[in-house]
Design a protein. Structure first.
Length: 164
């Protein structure tokens, strides 16, 4: 049974596609390709149909990640087919939990950096790099990479729990 994860930020052109690309690489490296699927979306539809921000693409490619991406807006109906919805900041977390049709669906929503054991748990947001320079995208990538290791471990644990 495939485990499905969706990363969500505001416009689905910076943080969430970056998280999707990094997590997919972690999944592939772990030999879980085909068992774990990752996607991304935005809470708003401003950039639907567009590719990722060129700075996101450049930072990912510069660090060995690939990305084939078209922005889309998160739909409440997706909760039923997703195992985990990963918000990139607290605003996304609140918006997604409001969209959730059931309490079980709302419980599927988690903050990405909650999987980072060294993160300041008073501030788990991945800052939006959109209005800044490339350095903000590099910082975003570092946060995503660190949290993705813990996220993959949590997904593995949940998958093992389902198989038991």
């Amino acid at each position: 049974m495939t485990y499905r994860v969706c990363f969500v930020c505001t416009g689905n052109i910076c943080r969430s596609p970056m998280a999707e690309a990094v997590f997919r690489a972690r999944v592939e490296d772990a030999g879980l390709d085909g068992l774990v699927e990752a996607g991304s979306a935005g809470t708003d539809g401003w950039h639907e149909g567009e590719g990722a921000d060129p700075r996101t693409v450049a930072v990912l490619e510069g660090n060995g990640y690939g990305l084939d991406h078209t922005a889309r807006r998160f739909q409440p109906s997706w909760f039923s087919r997703l195992d985990l919805v990963v918000a990139l900041d607290a605003g996304h977390l609140r918006a997604l939990r409001r969209l959730a049709p059931t309490e079980q669906d709302a419980a599927k929503v988690r903050l990405l950096r909650s999987y980072d054991p060294v993160a300041d748990h008073d501030d788990l947001d991945v800052p939006d790099p959109y209005y800044g320079g490339v350095d903000g995208f590099e910082e975003c990538l570092e946060m995503v990479e660190t949290a993705s290791t813990g996220l993959l471990a949590a997904v593995r644990e949940q998958m093992e729990g389902r198989a038991a």
